[in-house]
Design a protein around this ligand. Structure first.
Ligand SMILES: [Zn+2]
Length: 286
């Protein structure tokens, strides 16, 4: 009796282990696909990009430890490294969780805009970055014209800053980028305001075209200039925001603009974690 109980226990353990292995195989068997996931971190941004060759890029880390729970749910359990971290700008809702990420994951390259903020989060981030650098990580300033190769033909194109932004207001200094794979693209813009969006319309015009736009500044009416949204002309706009935000994000004006342009919206408050996959030809929302 006791022996059969042990046998059943061993059998159960084997079944659980087999399921774990198959889960990992399924996780790795998406060849040729790019996945972009807007993590559910409350009011803030944290976006994980997984390239067709499984390289990982984390853009911002939300305001607290919520990002760790989300990364744990999306990344394979054995994976403790992230190839590239991009901090769009050093406001708490973007970098508050990043030092937790740097403490727990091995990161190869860290991009930032070069602007600083006198907050505790910035200080914690700076010390976490210098610790990561002493472990061999490379720190770089993001500048227009840079192309970050993420494998399998996918790349990140930096659109802004095109200058030294150390004296600018933090939102204005946000890194703006396009994640490109084949004919598809995602436009990610931190909390970049309308003035910068309109400037990018002048510089890039129709080359801004993307399948998915992260509505700037969590759907605030300080972003999403009509001309910018028109040139990006996305199928989807994503509001990365918490239900509990006191700013009223997304603002009605921005919600109405998306409706007027017949752009479908996803919202991390209403939808939770929002994921898109691209095969290089079209983008599917999950
Ligand atoms: Zn923000």
């Amino acid at each position: 009796m006791k022996r059969s109980a042990i046998l059943w226990g061993v059998l159960l353990l084997l079944v659980v282990m087999t399921m774990g292995v198959w889960g990992a195989v399924v996780e790795l068997s998406r060849p040729g696909q790019l996945r972009v996931t807007f993590l559910n971190v409350g009011q803030g941004d944290a976006i994980l990009i997984e390239s067709p060759t499984r390289r990982q890029v984390l853009i911002d880390g939300g305001r607290d430890r919520a990002v760790l729970r989300e990364l744990g749910a999306v990344m394979p359990w054995w994976d403790r490294s992230i190839d590239v971290v991009i901090a769009t700008h050093p406001d708490a809702d973007h970098v508050g969780g990043l030092f937790e990420v740097l403490a727990r994951y091995e990161v190869q390259t860290i991009f930032q805009s070069g602007v600083q903020n006198d907050t505790l989060q910035t200080e914690s981030l700076l010390s976490a970055v210098s610790r990561e650098r002493s472990n061999g990580a490379e720190e770089r300033l993001a500048r227009r014209g840079q192309i970050i190769d993420i494998g399998g033909g996918a790349y990140i194109q930096i659109l802004f800053p095109d200058r030294d932004v150390s004296g600018l207001e933090t939102n204005t200094a946000s890194i703006v980028m396009r994640v490109v794979y084949g004919d598809t693209a995602f436009l990610l813009n931190g909390d970049s305001p309308k003035t910068i969006e309109e400037y990018l319309v002048l510089l890039d015009g129709v080359h801004l075209k993307s399948n998915v736009l992260k509505a700037g500044h969590h759907g605030s009416d300080t972003s999403s200039a009509i001309s910018f949204v028109g040139y990006v002309s996305p199928e989807w706009a994503v509001f990365s925001r918490g239900c509990d935000n006191t700013y009223g994000h997304p603002h009605q004006e921005v919600v109405d603009l998306m409706k007027r342009f017949e752009i479908a919206t996803k919202d991390t408050c209403l939808d939770g974690r929002v994921s898109f996959t691209s095969d290089g030809k079209s983008v599917l929302a999950k």
